[in-house]
Write a protein that binds this ligand. Structure first.
Ligand SMILES: [Zn+2]
Ligand SMILES: [Zn+2]
Length: 343
């Protein structure tokens, strides 16, 4: 089968003909219908310092966001059958640790990430454990099915900070930030302030329901948000930028008693005045490491099935798998939203 293989500890990857995955008893084989490039794939593709220290064994097949059809099942698989339409949950839990036994398997102590620590889905076929193949409604088109993994992260952030009826800022309008803007509107946020430095992305945020778009390269975004909320500040902010200055700006725009969901990964430690920004403010902060398994998937599926989310504007490019180099370039240069590869 065709696959995009990360085979060298340097920038790039290679389109190769490789043998089909061999299924374990609890695995299913997916014929990939569509797959999406994520920031994580770009880190691995570029082989940056994060990738070098992420426990990745080369060679490996890239990719972890996909939708597809089950074409083969392992002998112990009970809940899925050939022909099922699925998307992939990327957190492979051990099922045995304290978290797994206490309803928190998405933050399993021995977590293995599909497509990072295992062969992924930039290929014609991919294998994944039964527990991580999530059946999705046939009404969801394959390109949207391929982005449910990041969409779930955005949906969960909105759930955790209770956006309904609230004023919410979304900082960073890359694909997950854009998804958070759209999800916040779907959950009934009153005002959504979308903050970014890229006008193309801010334009998409507006289309997805942001009530205010703010280019933080041009204005002091925190000051503007406080003014627009009558001097109060937002009830919650979601960071999808991972930029330390932008996160500090988020705290400055947050009202007392407000809530914070952090999705972005800063590349360096963040220095913050905990007294003024968290303690006296009584801010509630939660880190978001993907989706709750599987409440978030159920919520997302319900929203999509009823047409309450609008993902199409976020998918700016649909390319053939062979065009992966172009896809990575689009992502790296910020020329678009989500890039889909079709095997
Ligand atoms: Zn991803
Ligand atoms: Zn575990």
């Amino acid at each position: 089968m065709k696959a995009i293989v990360k085979d060298n500890p340097s920038k790039g990857a290679t389109l190769k003909e490789i043998s089909m995955p061999i299924l374990g008893e609890e695995d299913v084989l997916i014929k990939v219908k569509a797959t999406a490039i994520c920031g994580t794939d770009l880190h691995i593709y570029n082989w940056n310092s994060w990738a070098q220290n992420a426990g990745i064994k080369l060679p490996t097949v890239l990719g972890h966001e996909c939708s597809g059809e089950i074409v083969e099942i392992g002998s112990a698989v009970k809940t899925l059958k050939i022909g099922d339409y699925v998307a992939c949950e990327t957190h492979i839990p051990c099922g045995q640790c304290h978290q797994c036994k206490n309803g928190l398997q998405h933050i399993c102590a021995s977590i293995v990430i599909y497509g990072v620590h295992t062969d992924g889905c930039f290929a014609e076929y991919s294998k994944i454990p039964e527990v991580c193949a999530v059946k999705i409604p046939e009404t969801i088109n394959p390109n949207v099915g391929a982005v449910l993994e990041p969409l779930g992260t955005a949906v969960r952030a909105c759930v955790e900070v209770h956006v309904s009826g609230k004023n919410v800022a979304v900082i960073g309008c890359g694909p997950i930030g854009l998804m958070a803007v759209n999800a916040a509107k779907a959950f009934g946020a009153a005002n959504v302030f979308a903050v970014d430095v890229n006008n193309l992305r801010l334009g998409i945020a507006k289309e997805l329901g942001a009530t205010h778009i703010i280019n933080s390269a041009e204005v002091d975004s925190a000051k503007q948000i406080v003014e627009l909320t009558n001097g109060v500040g937002v009830d919650a902010f979601i960071d999808a930028s991972g930029n330390t200055n932008a996160i500090l700006g988020g705290f400055k725009s947050l009202r007392k008693g407000g809530m914070v969901a952090l999705i972005g990964l800063p590349s360096k430690p963040l220095e913050i005045d905990l007294g003024s920004q968290v303690v006296f403010k009584e801010a509630t902060i939660i880190g978001i490491h993907g989706r709750r398994m599987f409440e978030t998937w159920t919520t997302m599926s319900n929203l999509l099935d009823k047409g309450l989310l609008n993902i199409d504007p976020i998918i700016t490019h649909v390319l053939r798998l062979e065009e992966f180099e172009k896809g990575f370039e689009i992502l790296e240069k910020g020329f678009g939203g989500k890039v889909i590869l079709v095997p």
